[in-house]
Ligand binder design. Structure first.
Ligand code: ZN
Length: 363
């Protein structure tokens, strides 16, 4: 892992400055991606922006910035994006401070800004070292999301292609997942579509997948997989409900894609469970009807009133071990389990001592 401190003049950074909106912002002779393509825009308040220029005009030091050298011999800003943008935008004449644009300044004032030295760390190392280090320094200010950090490390043809499909506003993945009702939450330019898709195809290991495919010519494999997932969902769950947008569809697809499913039977059960007041997490119905795991549903708990009623009815005696306990030492239990039709109502509540209740739920 190499970390070198460099002093670079504002003049050098501003050279070749070009803001192409979603296509990214470049500077430093085109070699620095101040903001990579299709990445969310941080919002810097005018006061923060003005403070940066004031600091430069007073020749006070700005905090150190970090640039990452990526595989293509270009640099990405890991830390310092907003400060760099503020300076470049001011020099470019995009905004004024106290009614003074850059072009209103005297020659000396202009030169002073252009000759200001920025302190920039360049860092270089293995993927793992860089990710670990970035996570440490990425704790304050203009934070990158975990996926944006990975994007800064695993640049290359695969990522460029993946971003076109998954990271642009209105990209193909967005259209596919939203035409007919949203099957994914989050925003493409915050890299959430990309992150979710990779996590689905690789069962959670996002960095590992990106490392393996970094030099692939394109991201067709991921894109084809994503299309298959969405098509599978639309075919098996044809009645759209908004709860579907937070389901981890890829995980279900990976496990059940080869099983024969009966869409109309699934719909009948989903409809019934949607109306079940004991199911507090409605989005969990989709994984539940496939996996039969009740934890997805967050079955409603008994209220304090129901517990007290049962406790009084039992006179404080545990239904299992027949010993007496204080109410704080006991837990409520469904007499008839929920999956056998037992409801979360007073009549179906019994109090067990903690030991017996936990032994019962472990079975
Ligand atoms: Zn007991």
């Amino acid at each position: 892992m190499k970390i070198n401190l460099n002093k670079i003049l504002v003049r050098e950074v501003f050279a070749g400055y070009k803001d192409s909106a979603e296509e990214g912002v470049v500077a430093f002779g085109g070699k620095l991606d101040i903001r990579p393509k299709y990445q969310r825009e941080f919002v810097y308040k005018p006061e923060q922006r003005d403070a940066v220029i004031n600091t430069v005009q007073h020749k006070f030091p700005l905090n150190i910035m970090y640039w990452i050298e990526n595989s293509a011999g270009k640099y990405e800003l890991l830390d310092g994006q907003q400060r760099t943008l503020s300076i470049c935008q001011y020099v470019n004449g995009d905004y004024s401070i106290n009614d003074h644009y850059f072009h209103n300044l005297t020659k000396e004032e202009k030169e002073q800004i252009l000759n200001y030295e920025l302190m920039i760390y360049f860092c270089d190392g293995t993927d793992k070292e860089r990710i670990e280090w970035f996570e440490v320094i990425n704790t304050a200010g203009e934070k990158l999301t975990p996926q944006e950090l990975l994007n800064a490390v695993y640049t290359g043809p695969w990522l460029s292609d993946a971003k076109i499909k998954f990271s642009k506003t209105g990209c193909a993945a967005y259209h596919l997942a939203n035409d007919g009702g949203a099957l994914l939450s989050g925003s493409p330019i915050r890299q959430e579509y990309l992150e979710t898709s990779i996590s689905w195809i690789n069962n959670g290991g996002v960095a590992g997948y990106m490392a393996k495919h970094q030099d692939d010519k394109n991201a067709d494999k991921l894109w084809n997989y994503f299309q298959d997932v969405i098509a599978w969902v639309r075919a098996n769950f044809s009645n759209y409900r908004r709860e579907m947008s937070t389901v981890q569809w890829g995980e279900l697809y990976n496990e059940f894609k080869d099983k024969k499913l009966n869409a109309s039977k699934l719909e009948t059960e989903i409809k019934k469970l949607m109306q079940d007041e004991d199911v507090s997490k409605k989005s969990g119905i989709y994984p539940y009807v496939l996996t039969r795991q009740e934890r997805y549903l967050s079955i409603r708990a008994f209220t304090e009133k129901m517990k007290r009623e049962a406790y009084e009815r039992q006179r404080g005696i545990c239904k299992k071990c027949k010993k007496h306990f204080e109410i704080e030492e006991m837990e409520a239990d469904h007499i008839t389990p929920w999956h056998e039709g037992g409801k979360t109502i007073s009549e179906n509540c019994q109090m067990l001592c903690k030991l017996d209740n936990r032994t019962k739920s472990d079975k």
